[in-house]
Design a binder for this molecule. Structure first.
Ligand code: GRF
Length: 240
């Protein structure tokens, strides 16, 4: 029996799709046991449904307040008995009480090289600042927004002529490789998560986690396991 995963999302679900494809190919010893959305029309619900995954929609607009919404969300999640909870484009701020309930088993994928560009509109912010590199981060969720320890990042170049959609598309290519890589590590028992630090294979990761260039991740999973030992990107803000 693989690692039991519940995915929370609000949108189209391309990261969910990437995770399901890797699991289907037996690249990851995990099972998505439920997908929960706060938006009834989320594309991710249709993807889950097509894959035969249990779905639930808990519409936040039908709840008087955040606490009542989260109470129902937690009850639905807990009934699925997940080992790990993955946020994949879940567009609700979570209360500290909710985050603490899932301490060390709640991850998020964020479209920037954290700690740069927390919050929304990350691609526009990267372009406005003139960043030469951009990317995505998978991190442990803690009560402070987008501030938990980073597990891994994928770095993409910012090209001349990029606009937010073109940059977002390049970052998403990386996301679709990065999240499955991190899930594979977790399912293999290689990650130790906490609110303050992450260990991979017993070693404490640096603030940027394990950094990959986009090309490095495309040979998932065999190369990505070996790559972290050979890459020297961890302490660099430049990428080849
Ligand atoms: C991703 O870009 C992720 O970084 C952000 O939300 C987006 C979700 O995209 N947190 P999708 O729904 O998986 O296509």
């Amino acid at each position: 029996m693989g690692c039991r995963v519940v995915v929370l999302l609000s949108g189209r679900g391309s990261n969910l799709q990437a995770l399901l494809e890797r699991i289907e190919r037996h690249d990851i010893n995990a099972e998505v046991v439920g997908v929960i959305s706060n938006r009834p029309g989320a594309g991710g619900l249709a993807i889950a449904h097509a894959a035969g995954v249990t779905t639930a929609c808990i519409d936040h607009r039908e709840h008087a307040d955040r606490v009542s919404f989260e109470r129902m969300l937690s009850a639905t999640i807990d009934a699925l008995e997940p080992d790990l909870l993955l946020l994949a484009g879940f567009m609700r701020i979570l209360t500290p009480a909710f985050v603490c309930h899932y301490r060390a088993r709640l991850l998020n994928i964020h479209p920037s090289l954290l700690p740069a560009h927390r919050g929304l509109d990350t691609h526009a912010k990267a372009l406005a600042r003139g960043d030469r590199i951009h990317g995505a981060s998978v991190h442990v969720v803690t009560p402070e927004l987008d501030a938990g320890p980073v597990i891994a990042q994928v770095v993409v170049p910012v090209m001349a002529g990029d606009d937010p959609p073109s940059l977002a598309a390049r970052v998403q290519q990386g996301e679709h490789l990065l999240y499955p890589t991190v899930l594979a590590w977790y399912a293999e028992g290689r990650l130790e998560l906490s609110d303050v630090a992450v260990r991979l294979d017993g070693e404490v990761l640096t603030a940027s986690g394990t950094r990959f260039a986009l090309d490095d991740l495309s040979a998932f999973p065999t190369r990505c396991n070996a790559l972290r030992d050979t890459l020297s990107l961890n302490d660099s803000s430049e990428v080849p």
